[in-house]
Each structure stands twice: as C-alpha cells, then as structure tokens.
Design a protein around this ligand. Structure first.
Ligand code: FHN
Length: 432
C-alpha cells in the first residue's frame, strides 16, 4: 500500500514538473495576459526596512553591513503614516492600472505576515501589521491589480548557499541547505502570497542573475504558482530569454530589445506580453539624496515609447520609512494622470503599431485605429512607411480636426498642424 501511495505521489509530482516544461497556459492565464497588455501602465513600489537608512534597497550590501547590524533595522521601522487607500488612489489618479510591490527584496525581509520565518514585518517591527494585506484588500476594493515582487536572491538566510555574485562576509556560516531554501522557505512564502491575499495579478521574480548557473527548481515553483492561481502571471527579471512556464517578458531600464543598460537580453519574445520597468528618479528604494526626478514630459514619453514598442511601463517609486509617498513623486504622477485623461485612448488597450518606432515618434494600434504619436518633428510634412490597410481618415486625437494626408504604395504623408503650446505628443488617429 505504502509503495502504491509513493508511486502515485511520484507520478503526480513528476507529472507537474513535466507539465511545466511543456507549459500550456490555462485559458484564465491567456485572458490575464491580454488584460495585462491592455493595462499598459503600472506602479512599481520598492519598500522595505532599508528605507530607514534612506540609502536605497542595496544598503545592506553596499555598506557591507553584518547580519547583527542589519537585524537592528526592523526595530526602527514603524510606518504609522502608511495608508493603503491613499497609495491605491494615487496609482489610479496617475492613470496606472496595476501595482507591483516588493513583498521582499534581496535583504530577504518579508513585508508581509509570513509563518515561514520570523524575519518579517509583523514579528520584527514595532508596526506589527501586514501592509500587503491592507494593500491587497484596498486594491480589490478599488479595482486595481496587485502583483508581488519576490526576490529569489537572499542576503540574510544562511540556506541561500552556495552564495552568489553579490556575496560578502556578513556573518553567515559557510554552509547551508539550498534545497531547503527553495522548496521550504521560498515556495512556502510564495504559497502564503498566493493563498492569503485573494486573487493576485502575479509574481514578479528578481535575483536569479546572482547565481545564473544554479538549479532554481523553476519547474516546481512555477507549477506551484500556476496550480494555486492559474491566472497569476509569472514575470521573471532574470535578464535572459523567457523560459517555459513564464508569462511575461520584462526588461529593466530598457525598452524591449534595446540593451542600453548592459544587462538585458536583446531577445524579444513574439508571444509573451512585454514590460519595461524604470524609476521616477534614479533609485528603486527610498534614497534621501536622490532629487534627479524625471519631468512629467519625460515620463509621458517613456510611457508612449513603451506602448509603441508593444510594451507596458512599470514606473517605480520608493516610499519613505514612515509610510508616506513623497510629494516630489505625487506631483509628477498626477501630471502624468492628467495627460492620460486626455490621451489615454491612444495608450490603453493598444498594441505596438504597424510603423517601426523612430526618433520622431511611435505608433500604437487598437481595432480599426492607428495612433501616430508625433514626439519630435518640427517640419510640416511627416512621411510614414507603408501600411497594409488603406487609410480612410486622419484626425487629431485632441479636437477631432481633420489632418490632410496622402497614401500610395510608398507610404503615407501627413500634413501636420502646429503643436499647441507645450504639447509633447501630437496624436494623429488614422482610421483604416
Ligand atoms: O537588484 C535589483 C534592484 O534593486 C531592483 O529591484 C531592480 C528592479 O528591476 N532589479 C534588480 C536588479 O536587476
């Protein structure tokens, strides 16, 4: 009897692993991918106990702190001003349709109520509450999707061993149980995130690049996620071409295929939804001295160019240790939200357009419309490469006024109106 049970168990488990390597996304998952692409704009939030030091999320590593030193930090982390309602409302007012928040970063500190270890906000901080639960409830209430960032890299857990490229001597022993780290600790926490917070958008992984050659038990972890929530999307920031079981390809500080950051792959999936993440200033986690804020126009152009490259934009802010989001972020995000209230039709629900992105601008498309986003073009005439459909009308998005055009086998020529004062993006809507 025992043997039979073991046989059934092994067949079931190995079947799951094989099923993941021949991954066929479920209908719910395919629907979620479409919805993900339609959303176009998300809020990335890096928030952890490191914010107390105001020096970014890598401070543990960058200052080569010891475990004993870093263990003191949670005691100072008491974000009494945190208000989930305000955060979600800000995302909405900014025109963002989803939020991706760090459930834990490379310091391994769980910003949620985890029973897997006591290295978490409920047990180690005076705050004692679970902000991710409050955020998840509020996101469900306000109708915004919530994704959890999860760092596979861990600078705190001794079982993250052998250690990777970012290793330093912080007082951990020179031994550890890698399998226990992955199967017990990490999968245990993922199970918590996928069962205690209602339906979530997905898991955004980061940190595999620390040990690119290690066996990360991906098939097992990915199968667990898809089994617990079939619609949850797996979004890995491993900087490589997508692997079986992954649902979205993400790029860090780069548009798809443009490896200006130096660590992204140039491979762009033709099947998976695409996402590009970037920062509002230059930092991910709260950095007190970073005032290099991008202007609303720069942020809008980033979003427009992402959409023109068939990608979402996930724009990051790093809240303060008291739980507030600084005004410098709020003001700029509101401005982007106002721009989207006017121009959102040319962004939401679109896919990359039929004309290749160029310095002058990009195109997006939805149903019978092609949106020509003219960003940098001073001349009256703009020549576009040929498209397969014949164009019936060309109008300005903002006032519906007609835009003169000609079309032949060599392409389309638009006679552009003068931009109105401070207009970043002249959007010409072509109807086919
Ligand atoms: O090391 C992290 C970094 O802190 C931040 O989380 C970014 C976000 O994409 N990802 C990592 C670097 O690839």
């Amino acid at each position: 009897m025992k043997k039979l049970l073991l046989f059934i168990l092994l067949t079931f488990c190995s079947g799951r692993v094989i099923a993941q390597s021949n991954y066929q996304p479920s209908p719910e998952n395919l629907k979620a991918r479409q919805e993900f692409q339609d959303m176009k704009f998300g809020m990335f939030i890096h928030w952890g106990v490191y914010s107390v030091l105001g020096d970014g999320e890598w401070v543990f590593h960058n200052r080569k702190l010891t475990l004993d030193e870093y263990n003191r930090l949670p005691k100072f982390f008491n974000p009494e001003q945190f208000d989930a309602k305000t955060w979600v409302a800000l995302a909405k007012a900014s025109g963002m349709k989803y939020i991706t928040i760090t459930s834990r970063h490379h310091d391994g500190f769980a910003m949620f109520d985890s029973k897997v270890s006591d290295w978490n906000i409920v047990q180690r901080t005076p705050y004692k509450k679970d902000p991710l639960k409050m955020l998840a409830d509020e996101a469900h209430r306000q109708g915004i999707k919530l994704f959890f960032y999860y760092s596979q890299l861990d600078w705190h857990n001794p079982d993250y061993y052998p250690r990777g490229a970012t290793n330093w001597d912080n007082g951990r022993p020179d031994h550890g149980n890698w399998d226990a780290y992955l199967d017990g600790y990490m999968d245990g926490q993922l199970r918590e995130l996928l069962t205690n917070y209602g339906p979530i958008g997905g898991i955004w992984f980061d940190g595999m690049w620390d040990k690119p050659d290690a066996d990360w038990h991906l098939a097992k972890t990915y199968a667990l996620i898809h089994q617990l929530q079939p619609a949850a999307l797996i979004i890995p920031n491993h900087h490589q071409a997508p692997k079986p079981g992954e649902d979205v390809q993400t790029f860090e500080r780069d548009l798809p295929g443009q490896n200006t950051a130096g660590f992204n792959t140039k491979y762009v999936s033709a099947q998976l939804p695409l996402e590009s993440c970037n920062t509002l200033n230059e930092s991910w986690g709260f950095t007190i001295s970073d005032d290099h804020y991008k202007s609303p126009e720069e942020l809008e152009e980033m979003l427009i160019r992402a959409a023109g490259n068939n990608s979402n934009l996930l724009l990051n802010i790093g809240p303060m240790p008291n739980g507030e989001i600084q005004d410098d972020f709020v003001i700029r995000l509101h401005a982007v939200g106002e721009w989207l209230a006017r121009y959102g039709d040319s962004i939401y629900g679109t896919r990359g357009g039929p004309i290749a992105p160029a310095d002058w601008g990009v195109t997006t498309q939805k149903n019978d419309k092609i949106y020509v986003h003219v960003l940098h073009w001073n001349a009256k005439l703009l020549a576009l490469s040929p498209v397969s459909d014949s164009i019936r009308a060309a109008r300005l998005l903002t006032d519906n006024s007609s835009v003169p055009f000609t079309q032949n086998e060599n392409g389309i020529v638009l006679t552009l109106p003068e931009p109105s004062a401070h207009e970043l993006d002249r959007v010409v809507v072509l109807t086919r």
